[in-house]
Design a protein around this ligand. Structure first.
Ligand SMILES: Cc1cc2nc3c(=O)[nH]c(=O)nc-3n(C[C@H](O)[C@H](O)[C@H](O)COP(=O)(O)OP(=O)(O)OC[C@H]3O[C@@H](n4cnc5c(N)ncnc54)[C@H](O)[C@@H]3O)c2cc1C
Length: 332
């Protein structure tokens, strides 16, 4: 069956997760979340299609081409890492060493990466007699594995509904998604995320920036925004934040746009009270507001700022570093 869309569609419906993905012009792969104790016989094709279409919403459902399935399975969601990935002369790679839930689509990538690293290490051992590669294999592979595990676990937790999840935790997870997308260039995310239905977001089309921000903005909040110079700015979301009129914002971003562009628009509307930035040049308004005391500024070296993003998201309260001028340290 041809795919419903050329993009992946993740849906967080009140009845559970659904995913529409494509394999080829004539093959599609669809997922719906079900209970672990259900049997595949409980899901005849017609029931599956009906449930899928319900969760994907009417716009996408109209494009779903139904037909007989040729492979159907119930895949448990689990995360697992065997650490270290070497026991004596035994080297583990791929799913034998780690499992990620399929939501993040990382399992095959990890397996290929392990095998590439291990292959090179074994070649060095047998061809050049060097054991550096095989001795470092486990630590090197695990550094990558844990990143994928964390991502897949996080992504699964925000896209699925679990029995122990109440309305409060759903909202928290939903907000972590929005905030992380604002940080990572929300525009793209808004286009790709398509639909979700956490609480009041039910049936809203998140391709619309206004809908994506509904219920998210408030005075005094901190917004982390993508954008490096004039590229990667969330160009559709910034005007909506401006229209919403929220004030007293702290904005974390490399810079604050340039005349008439990017975060400059929020400076111009006097909605930003503080910038946490790295580069403040080429923006006269920024300069004026800072020099007049209207705008607070926390200036960070670019590497420090980049490092503070992931640490802040993981909840690390600070980042200590030593610089070459022998300053004591920096607050993260
Ligand atoms: C539903 C689902 C969707 C997924 N979607 C994606 C995706 O979109 N992207 C992605 O990157 N990953 C995806 N994955 C994960 C991906 O398929 C696996 O992580 C990947 O195939 C692992 O590769 P592997 O070589 O380690 O193990 P496998 O692919 O499982 O290969 C192990 C092989 O060993 C064979 N074998 C087992 N025991 C023996 C034995 N005793 N003797 C000989 N042979 C044996 C098995 O038959 C098998 O062929 C998905 C997984 C699932 C379940």
């Amino acid at each position: 069956m041809p795919p419903a869309e050329h993009e992946l569609i993740y849906a967080n419906h009140e009845r559970g997760f659904a995913l529409a993905s494509m394999r080829s012009p004539t093959r599609s792969r669809y997922y719906i979340q079900c209970a672990l104790d259900e049997k595949i016989e409980d899901w005849p094709d017609e029931r599956f299609w009906d449930e899928l279409c319900l969760r994907l919403g009417p716009v996408t459902a109209a494009k779903v081409v139904r037909g007989p399935s040729f492979e159907k399975a119930i895949a448990p969601l689990r995360s697992f890492v065997s650490e270290p990935m070497r026991w004596g002369q035994l080297f583990l790679a791929g799913d034998a060493a780690h499992i990620v839930p399929p939501t993040g689509a990382k399992g095959m990538n990890l397996a290929v990466s392990d095998v590439t690293m291990l292959g090179e290490a074994l070649r060095d051992y047998y061809d050049a007699g060097s054991s550096t590669g095989i001795d470092g294999y486990s630590a090197r592979a695990l550094a990558r594995v844990w990143k994928a595990e964390r991502f897949s676990w996080w992504f699964t937790s925000i896209t699925h509904r679990f029995p122990d999840m109440d309305g409060f935790s759903r909202r928290c997870r939903w907000r972590s998604w929005i905030i992380s997308r604002i940080a990572g260039g929300a525009e793209d995310a808004c286009r790709k995320l398509c639909r979700t239905s956490a609480e009041q977001h039910e049936q809203q089309d998140l391709r619309q920036p206004l809908a994506a921000l509904d219920g998210v903005l408030f005075d005094g909040m901190t917004i982390m925004s993508g954008g490096f110079g004039l590229s990667g700015n969330p160009e559709s979301l910034i005007p909506e934040i401006r229209k919403a009129g929220v004030e007293d914002l702290t904005v974390i971003s490399n810079n604050a746009g340039a005349d008439g562009f990017g975060l400059w628009m929020l400076l111009e509307s006097r909605q930003v009270a503080k910038m946490i930035s790295s580069y403040v040049g080429e923006n006269k308004l920024f300069e004026q507001q800072y020099l007049s005391g209207e705008l607070a500024l926390e200036l960070n070296p670019q590497g420090t700022l980049a490092e503070r993003y992931p640490r802040g998201r993981r909840g690390h309260p600070g980042l200590l570093y030593q610089d070459r001028r022998r300053h004591g340290g920096g607050r993260g």
